[in-house]
Design a protein around this ligand. Structure first.
Ligand SMILES: *Cc1c(COP(=O)(O)O)cnc(C)c1O
Length: 378
């Protein structure tokens, strides 16, 4: 069966994700100059919307023209000094990134290894912090996109909040998905990226910080200078040329998310991901993480099916899923839910059913799709 698609490829990867028409319309506009009243006004509006997103009136946040990793690097380079002891929760590729970043800039990194697919046990973090009372930070992912595992950052914040330790959360596939309240929860640094749940092209990152983190702010980067940027940005300007079009598009994205409301957005992704998990179990797949996130689903294919072959068959139908990275390369595939609507998912599930049958793993047509519809409609 040949799929001569008129509409090109659908992108179900956990970054980049598909861009809604409303945002594409903004991205297609002629550029405006950034040293203008027009930009300043738009930027300040965007910042007001961002405050609503994180449910905190503070001006302690900046946007950088970089991918998400740039803001992770900024977190290390602005709030920690050489020799500072930190704990990195390493249970996937992005946890490894925290560890590598810390080591690159001379931090004394203690790796807290977590089996891939598992979530960190907050008690293990507490125990390590008791052994190392001089520990200046805990670096973790809220959503470890490489394994689909959720780390309970709310529980971790309860442990770090009364210590001299900053909780640094890579929320690149969590911000815009969960109704995050970093101030209320006691998180100190939150990092986000545009090409995930904000449904924008890559190139814009976000870094939010608490008052406790502000006291530790000591920039040691020229470009990623949080102090200088925060001072400029709260006035509606930036130290360097901003990603102008992405900022204008972020305003649109934030409006879209807030029109729905973050409570409802979280409910939608929660239901959608639950539907996907149950649908896939129905056709012999296993869910890889023990405690899954709602922004994406990481999946072990049925016995005897190679994840990459399955993905290739699905891609020939015009549906792009993501593979495994690092240790789980070839073993799992991942479906992103970010930016997707309920009925988009039906396409991906249909393609999985077709591809499994093509590869000789017989599944009854409609069994995954039927299960999904049952779950989302209940
Ligand atoms: C995508 C992602 C990153 C990396 O972001 P880039 O934009 O590729 O630099 C970091 N952490 C998590 C959890 C991610 O999903």
């Amino acid at each position: 069966m040949k799929f001569n698609n008129f509409k090109g490829e659908r992108v179900f990867t956990p970054g980049p994700v598909e861009i809604p028409d409303r945002i594409r319309e903004v991205l297609g506009r002629q550029i405006i100059h950034h040293r203008t009243k027009e930009f300043t006004e738009a930027f300040l509006e965007t910042r007001e919307l961002f405050k609503r997103l994180v449910d905190c009136p503070s001006e302690n946040f900046v946007f950088f023209a970089s991918s998400g990793t740039g803001a992770m690097e900024a977190a290390v380079l602005n709030f920690f000094s050489e020799g500072d002891k930190v704990i990195a929760v390493v249970g996937g590729k992005f946890g490894e990134r925290w560890s590598e970043l810390g080591k690159t800039y001379g931090l004394n990194v203690i790796d807290l290894s977590v089996e891939w697919g598992k979530s960190v046990n907050p008690e293990d973090v507490e125990k390590l912090l008791k052994e190392h009372p001089d520990c200046k930070g805990v670096l973790v992912q809220m959503s470890e996109s490489s394994t689909g595992a959720y780390h309970d950052v709310k529980a971790l914040a309860k442990i770090t909040r009364d210590r001299d330790t900053l909780l640094v959360v890579d929320a690149i596939t969590a911000l815009g998905v969960y109704n995050m309240k970093p101030h209320e929860w006691g998180i100190d640094i939150v990092v986000g990226g545009s090409q995930k749940a904000f449904m924008l092209p890559p190139g814009l990152s976000m870094l939010w910080f608490s008052e406790k983190a502000q006291e530790r702010l000591k920039p040691r980067s020229y470009y990623f200078n949080v102090k200088k940027e925060a001072e400029k940005q709260k006035e509606g300007q930036t130290a360097f040329t901003p990603a102008i079009s992405l900022i204008l598009a972020l305003r649109e994205s934030l409006e879209m998310l807030l029109e729905v409301g973050m409570d409802e957005v979280e409910k939608k992704y929660s239901k959608m991901s639950q539907g996907v998990r149950e649908a896939l179990k129905e056709i012999g797949c296993q869910i890889f993480p023990e405690n899954p996130v709602i922004s994406l689903t990481a999946v072990l294919p049925p016995e005897g099916v190679n994840a990459d072959e399955l993905r290739k068959a699905i891609l020939s139908m015009g549906i792009r899923l993501a593979g495994g990275q690092g240790k789980v390369k070839g073993k799992i595939f991942r479906i992103s839910h970010m930016g997707m609507d309920y009925l988009d998912v039906v396409q991906a599930l249909s393609a999985i059913e077709l591809a499994l049958n093509q590869l000789g793993k017989k599944v009854r047509y409609g069994s995954a799709v039927g299960k999904y519809l049952e779950v989302i409609s209940s």
